[in-house]
Design a binder for this molecule. Structure first.
Ligand code: NAD
Length: 511
């Protein structure tokens, strides 16, 4: 049992609103930080190696994490395979799987304060977001898929001749969930809940930047009574155990969220074993404010669309297209709101802007700020490091560039940080054309008071999600995924179950 020291600035209570319990100033969690969860046992990595997990707000090491490699991957796959093929998982009634999923949701809520705390010290996410949004959403996902477990069914097929044909929907087998660092537990839940719901077994490979909640969650899954080997946690690097999972013949499906370039590598490597894949990749999402929009609401939406979770959101509205007639009013409000989002201690419930997730990310984001200036975009605010407290941590001021052209680097490449590019258009046609002029297609939004324009533009935008007069709204029942190089396959909702089941036709001769 490893303990995770709370920084001296830990708040005396978690973020409002309720439910919230006290967060003591010194916290000890039963996080098996240096271990892997394989086949129901917490074990050291076979080679005995570990790596440091760093708090991006303080630059302090919070834990040493087991560095799983190829031989640990073999052990995890063997455990997940055994659990998939054997009792009790293979024969468990769907109704009993539903109860287990519901119980996991309950345990997540029971331990929401500590999970939120772990998430915040691991990725710098403001505690108000991790406690009030991420962790409750994790529980909601499990409740939602608990409902689906008993509703996955096949069809009877009206075939020619004296035959009776029907389909079975069966689990795919061993699923490897490979997840990023921006919503560590939430994006894992998007994969784990539908996978378990459909009767698969799972190996979770969290990002090496943010493994803490995956490990604590592993303990909660055990506490819920999920049989050994059904859920495994393999920490380690992407090129180490991540790639070993992708190449492993014993893994039936990879559910991946991360960078487009990593997704491309995974597609190539998964070809060797013709694995099933779902890929949730990067984005450069357009947020379009038409001339007739409610300017106040749209400006608020533009700010939350880019600065929520420090801009480390795959669907972040990083390209803000504003109609020329409302440009000045929108930019004035957006800049004023950005200036008010002063970066601060992410454990303070009042903080809305934490540090970016790590040093590499910090340097990458500031590099894009330099590129924006060099290409002639007008820096309206931010663009530099923010000094918080004693000056430690990877904090960046919320940044707004105006006068951006769609062919500039800051408009084409995913920055994955708190940097907004404002572009201008004269008519709807030009807005749609520029919005779609990107290799990505994850999300988009349009702001207008005209219901016809709203639906018309929504249809024309090439993106997996289009929000109208809102941004960053998610629900467990609403499918999410990418067009173009933002990936394929849908997570959440009923559609996610297609990713974790396969269809078998059974044909009976009745003559
Ligand atoms: P990343 O691609 O670097 O890493 C994601 C995961 O893949 C990590 O667990 C990592 O260890 C693993 N990995 C890395 N290289 C690997 C390899 N060669 N083989 C197997 N696994 C490997 O992404 P990140 O930096 O952690 O996350 C940020 C990216 O994720 C951004 O591009 C963002 O847009 C994207 N993202 C997409 C969505 C979505 O739903 N589309 C959601 C969140 C984040």
């Amino acid at each position: 049992m490893a303990s995770v020291p709370a920084p001296s600035s830990a708040p005396s209570s978690a973020a409002s609103p309720a439910p919230s319990a006290n967060v003591p100033t010194t916290m000890t969690f039963p996080v098996k930080a240096g271990r892997l969860l394989i086949g129901g046992r917490w074990v050291d990595a076979l080679a005995g190696k570990t790596f440091a997990d760093v708090n991006p707000a303080t630059e302090e090491i919070v834990a040493q994490i087991a560095a799983g490699e190829a031989e640990d991957t073999d052990a995890a796959v063997a455990a997940a395979r055994k659990a998939f093929e054997e009792k009790p998982w293979a024969t468990m009634a769907a109704a009993d799987r539903a109860k287990l999923l519901w119980k996991i949701g309950d345990l997540v809520m029971k331990h929401a304060d500590e999970l939120a705390y772990l998430e915040t010290i691991d990725c710098g996410k403001p505690i108000a977001e991790s406690r009030n949004i991420d962790i409750p959403m994790v529980a909601e996902i499990f409740y939602y898929y608990a409902g689906w477990a008993t509703k996955i069914s096949g069809d009877t097929i009206p075939v020619r001749g004296n035959f009776f044909a029907y389909t079975l929907r069966e689990p795919v087998g061993v699923v490897a969930a490979i997840t990023p660092w921006n919503f560590p537990l939430l994006l894992a839940a998007w994969k784990i809940a539908p996978a378990l719901c459909a009767g698969n077994t799972v190996i979770l490979k969290p990002s090496s930047n943010t493994p803490l909640t995956a490990l604590r969650f592993g303990e909660l899954v055990q506490e819920a009574g999920v049989p050994d080997g059904v859920f495994n946690v393999l920490t380690g690097s992407g090129r180490g155990c991540g790639m070993a999972l992708v190449r492993h013949p014993g893994v039936d499906k990879i559910a991946f969220t991360g960078e487009t370039s990593t997704g491309q590598m995974i597609m190539r490597e998964a070809a060797g074993t013709v694995k099933k894949l779902s890929l949730e990749l990067g984005g450069k999402s357009p947020n379009i404010i038409l001339a007739d929009a409610d300017v106040d609401a749209a400006a608020r939406g533009a700010v939350s669309g880019i600065f929520y979770n420090k801009g480390e959101v795959c669907a972040a509205g990083s390209r803000l297209f504003v109609a020329a007639s409302v440009h000045d009013a929108v930019v004035e409000q957006v800049v004023a709101r950005a200036k008010k989002m002063v970066p601060g201690d992410p454990l303070d419930p009042k903080t809305r802007m934490g540090p970016v997730a790590g040093k590499d990310q910090f340097e990458k984001v500031l590099g894009y700020c330099q590129a924006g200036k060099a290409e002639g975009a007008a820096l309206k605010t931010g663009g530099e490091r923010a000094v918080v407290g004693a000056g430690k941590g990877w904090f960046i001021h919320p940044t707004v560039f105006d006068g951006v052209k769609n062919d500039m680097k800051i408009a084409r490449e995913e920055i994955f940080g708190p940097v907004l590019s404002v572009l201008t258009f004269t008519d709807e046609e030009e807005a749609v054309r520029q919005a779609n002029d990107t290799c990505y297609g994850l999300a988009a939004a349009v702001w207008t008071k005209d219901v016809k324009k709203a639906h018309r533009v929504a249809r024309r935008l090439k993106a997996g999600t289009v929000w109208v007069n809102t941004y960053n709204y998610y629900d467990p029942a609403m499918p999410f995924g990418g067009y173009k190089q933002s990936g394929f396959g849908r997570e959440l909702g009923e559609h996610a179950l297609d990713q974790y089941t396969q269809v078998k036709s059974v044909c009976v001769d009745l003559s």
